[in-house]
Design a protein around this ligand. Structure first.
Ligand SMILES: [Zn+2]
Ligand SMILES: [Zn+2]
Length: 333
């Protein structure tokens, strides 16, 4: 019943926003990239795409053009850009479903009216939307042989989950993800403003923090400038006083810090210093501060390295998704 309601809602939404109707796409798998690969569609938004298929109008920053791409071709380019292709196929499927959910939610919400690129549903800049890479870039990145292997692998993940999205109470979710949480993901309100019911911190049992530890050293003056603080008093009182943890998040990362006498959100400090995560320690030595971070990214939603680990331990994509997004359902368009 809920599924039927959702489908009606979705179709109603698509009709309202003038999008083509959604059809259940049958698997369209081949050993080679499809002829309608993104670059073959070259920059003509009005170019007809196969009847009945949902298409995405993608603004490409490199060319300044809008390309109209079948939904699952778009999803393939996102997965290729957002997750290492070496990852297990169930992890790639989880990423594909997240990517599809993202764009469906965006199109249902009326991407046109709140988009910085008029006439487009989304763009390929990860700072604005999901990253997306065209075939020519993937060929350069992977080399031709790996390109065919990886493209096929990702395409399998996309086709096997065709039409599948993540919903919470019948609505597509905001499927945020990050590279590595370091062992526990975050509650949304500890990183951003709002508590989202399906973005709860969870244990991430198979993350590999030892591989994701990063050290970066910066001159003291550079840190002071970036944070707008004077650390001389803290320095004279010993390195332990540099960044005092006022409180921590559910996962135990610093949430609020006292830097000199200034209270600072750890997410702001991370952003200003360009650290990989807020899960950090700092050490002062000879006028330089060495930051050691664990994990990579904001820590909210699906953890990609954790998804890899779960897949390697026999979990399928639906189990992976339900692990990282609390109380969600796997729904079919
Ligand atoms: Zn953009
Ligand atoms: Zn993790």
């Amino acid at each position: 019943m809920r599924r039927i309601f959702f489908v009606l809602l979705l179709l109603g939404g698509l009709f309202m926003f003038g999008l083509p109707h959604i059809v259940n796409q049958t698997a369209n798998r081949s050993a080679e990239p499809p002829a309608h690969s993104p670059q073959a569609n070259s920059a003509k938004p009005e170019q007809p795409v196969k009847d009945g298929a949902v298409t995405v109008r993608l603004y490409r920053h490199a060319t300044g053009t809008i390309e109209t791409i079948p939904l699952d071709d778009y999803v393939t380019g996102v997965v290729a850009a957002e997750m290492p292709a070496e990852f297990p196929v169930e992890a790639l499927k989880a990423q594909a479903v997240a990517a599809r959910t993202y764009i469906v939610k965006r199109m249902l919400a009326g991407g046109l009216s709140n988009n910085i690129h008029p006439g487009a549903d989304t763009c390929d800049d990860p700072a604005h939307a999901q990253a997306w890479l065209p075939a020519e870039t993937l060929k350069e990145r992977w080399g031709l042989l790996k390109y065919y292997r990886y493209y096929y692998k990702i395409r399998v993940a996309v086709d096997d989950t065709s039409g599948v999205i993540i919903t919470y109470q019948g609505q597509p979710i905001d499927p945020v993800f990050h590279s590595s949480c370091g062992g526990h993901t975050e509650n949304s309100e500890d990183v951003w403003k709002f508590a989202v019911p399906y973005l709860r911190g969870v244990v991430c049992p198979y993350d590999q923090p030892s591989e994701l530890v990063c050290r970066v050293t910066m001159p003291l003056g550079e840190v002071e400038k970036a944070l707008g603080v004077n650390l001389s008093t803290a320095v004279s009182s010993g390195a332990n006083g540099l960044f005092q943890v006022v409180n921590t998040t559910a996962s135990g990362r610093p949430k609020t810090l006292l830097v000199s006498d200034k209270r600072m959100a750890a997410v702001d400090l991370r952003q200003k210093l360009g650290l990989r995560s807020t899960n950090f320690t700092a050490r002062l030595d000879h006028g330089e501060i060495t930051f050691t971070t664990v994990g990579y990214g904001h820590g909210v939603g699906m953890c990609q390295y954790g998804a890899k680990g779960l897949a390697e331990h026999g979990q399928n994509y639906a189990q992976i998704i339900k692990h990282y997004y609390t109380g969600v359902e796997i729904s079919k368009l």
